[in-house]
Design a protein around this ligand. Structure first.
Ligand code: SF4
Length: 231
């Protein structure tokens, strides 16, 4: 598996659980606002064996792991890596995914406790947002259904990008989640510039104004709450 980096301790990636963060390299999407754009190329990072990853990641004062990217599920051996981590620590395993490879996600489910699921856009605007040649939505819907049918804690979230995301996107995502049976909290966080973005890609984007989506609070689908995290 190709690994970009491993951060010994993070207090912010999983609520209330200090974790070691493992960044896999490579992504099958090309979001213009990507904040880890150097991780998109499939040959970025370095190739590591699963025992090497576990050896490198273990031994910190944490209660779990967060596996993120790039997109971890493009790696066919992700389930084996998660299994090795789980067997080594018997601790909380969190996965960050955009859900485009349901076959790998399904094989990973026995070894993960929680998932941050990045919903990039409303179903009809995925191709424009993630810039793929084929519409990934059917596979993303399949991943959502897998998670909703599992015991894994499922935390959907969207990055709201000024001049790209619209309140209608958020409304459509909320309705889609509701139709699929999700009940719980949906997180919307604001886009911010970071060292990992590509200047030429993000020139037109801006920090969004939370006032744009405040009106949605008055018509949330039943059973779903929305939390805005403006940083
Ligand atoms: S899915 Fe994530 S890692 Fe991949 S391009 Fe989009 S923001 Fe970047």
């Amino acid at each position: 598996m190709r690994i970009a980096s491993i951060i010994d301790i993070s207090l912010v990636d999983v609520p209330k659980i200090p974790v070691t963060v493992i960044f896999t390299a490579g992504c099958n999407f090309d979001c213009s606002y990507c904040q880890n754009a150097e991780l998109i190329p499939l040959l970025s990072g370095e190739s590591m064996t699963i025992p090497d990853i576990v050896d490198r990641a273990r031994g910190h004062l944490v209660d779990g792991y967060c596996v993120t990217g790039g997109e971890p599920t493009i790696h066919k051996d992700l389930p084996e890596m998660l299994k090795a981590l789980k067997e080594d620590c018997d601790c909380h395993i969190n996965l960050n995914t955009q859900g485009s490879v349901p076959s790998v996600l399904e094989r990973s489910l026995p070894y993960i406790d929680s998932v941050w699921f990045d919903m990039k856009a409303s179903p009809t605007r995925y191709v424009k947002t993630v810039r793929t040649s084929h519409d990934p939505w059917p596979r993303i819907q399949q991943s959502l259904e897998l998670l909703l049918d599992s015991d894994v804690l499922f935390w959907p979230r969207t990055t709201y990008v000024g001049n790209l995301t619209t309140p209608d996107d958020i409304k459509a995502i909320l309705e889609t989640l509701h139709e699929l049976g999700f009940r719980g909290e949906y997180l919307v966080q604001n886009y911010i510039d970071s060292a990992g973005t590509r200047d030429e890609e993000v020139a037109a984007f801006e920090r969004p104004n939370r006032d744009e989506i405040e009106p949605l609070f008055s018509s949330l689908p039943s059973g779903i709450s929305m939390r805005l995290e403006w940083r």
